[in-house]
Write a protein that binds this ligand. Structure first.
Ligand code: SAM
Ligand code: DTB
Ligand code: SF4
Length: 383
């Protein structure tokens, strides 16, 4: 019986049941049936989140994958491409970030001015042709200035006109700016909490945790989908990872998209240097964080974000097993490398994953001479 989900018998205590009878797959599957029928997913308590983190890994993966299948099409992944539209010299002091002006003497990152609109559009076209469904544009700003707003509004409109979903991450937004981006048609705004409230002060001093929550509220209230995630492996404890998941559940609605970044330790940044000297966190803890995010936020997209380049095929496969269903495509993230597109295509084939809502590829067109009338004509090649 264990392979079948009965979605007709709601059980009000479903999640308590799940935690108390971790080894009973029948109870667990029955509890999922309840979730599928509930209009709002169960909000896990901090204790329940901690208990999920403590599960034997295979039990955690089974729960996460089963919940994933109850809410999404199995083996389908959403793919986004990133572009940095303004790089470096950021006034914020995020301790992990290559782009902070506070670390520029040690990271030696080459700062760049805003990229021209036509160059951004050319990159978006390439992303669409490669099969990405969403184009994410990031800027190293504290917040967009008044003179930046017409530029970002134009980018949103032009990228949307290509038939791509749009995402931006530009720092803090006030209500007026969020409304302007929403009116331009922005689909997603990325603004991460990055970690727990208590570990946050070890990471950033120039932007408060509450300011981050305010921006996320402004985005949500404007009608734009919220993309908000974390970084795993900055020296935080498991308690911090539990608290971060709990923060997501304290929001009026869990973010529609949750990027779970694995720290890319960048030499010359305070956190990168510390991790490079002391050693990195086990990848399995990042996989646990993905699985717990999937279970606690069953209808959100959970995204494999930074850090994939350093992972083996098997580690990435485990991350998909843990319920991740989205990732960044393309050879570059913002300033660091990403897994190669050809490598990702091969991995997707080997794992049997397909792209969700893949933007239709531009047809390949060959100019040919019509032998009957001597006129130039075109042949559209099938993929
Ligand atoms: N400047 C904007 C902001 O911080 O809101 C957007 C860009 S910022 C680079 C987006 C996110 O990328 C950060 O919040 C952080 O979670 C992630 N990130 C940045 N550097 C990273 C690194 N070295 N390793 C992992 N994730 C990183
Ligand atoms: C997110 O959470 N991760 C992406 C996206 N949102 C903008 C950025 C990852 C950046 C990794 C470091 C870099 O390339 O500079
Ligand atoms: Fe600036 Fe964003 Fe980097 Fe922080 S993470 S330094 S806000 S670019």
């Amino acid at each position: 019986m264990a392979g079948l989900l009965n979605i007709s018998e709601p059980n009000a205590d479903s999640h308590t049941e799940t935690l108390n009878h971790q080894n009973s797959s029948d109870d667990f599957l029955a509890s999922l049936a309840t979730d599928a029928n509930q209009p709002t997913p169960h909000k896990h308590s901090r204790e329940e989140i901690a208990a999920l983190f403590d599960l034997p890994l295979m039990d955690l993966l089974l729960q996460a994958q089963t919940i994933h299948r109850a809410n999404f099409t199995a083996n389908e992944v959403q793919i986004s491409t990133l572009l940095s539209i303004k790089t470096g010299n950021c006034p914020e002091d995020c301790g992990y970030c290559s782009q902070s002006g506070h670390h520029r003497d040690t990271t030696k990152l080459q700062a760049e001015k805003r990229i021209e609109v036509d160059k951004v559009i050319a990159a978006a076209k390439r992303a669409k042709n490669s099969g990405s469904s969403r184009f994410c544009m990031g800027a190293a700003w504290k917040h967009p200035s008044a003179k930046d707003m017409p530029y970002v509004v134009e980018l949103i409109k032009e990228v949307k006109a290509l038939g791509l979903e749009t995402c931006m991450t530009l720092g803090m937004l006030d209500t007026n700016q969020a409304t302007q981006l929403a009116d331009a048609g922005l689909d997603y705004y990325n603004h991460n909490l990055d970690t727990s409230r208590s570990y946050y002060e070890q990471v950033v001093s120039t932007r408060s945790y509450d300011e981050r929550l305010d921006t996320i509220d402004n985005v949500r209230n404007s009608g734009i989908n919220v993309c908000s995630g974390n970084i795993v492996g900055m020296g935080e404890s498991r308690d911090d990872r539990i608290d971060w998941v709990h923060e997501l559940l304290k929001m009026p609605k869990a973010p529609e998209s949750i990027p779970v970044n694995l720290l890319v330790p960048i030499a010359g940044t305070p956190i990168g240097d510390k991790v490079l000297a002391e050693g990195q966190l086990s990848v399995l803890e990042w996989i646990r964080t993905i699985a717990v995010s999937r279970i606690c936020c069953p209808t959100s997209y959970v995204r494999l974000s930074a850090g994939r380049e350093s992972l083996s095929d098997s580690e990435q496969a485990l991350a998909f097993m843990a319920g991740a269903n989205s990732f960044f495509y393309g050879d570059k993230l913002l300033t660091t490398g990403n897994s190669s597109q050809s490598g990702d295509d091969r991995l997707m084939r080997e794992l049997g994953l397909t792209k969700q809502f893949a933007a239709p590829r531009a047809p390949k067109v060959l100019p040919v001479l019509d032998a009957m009338n001597g006129h130039q004509t075109q042949v559209v090649l099938a993929d």
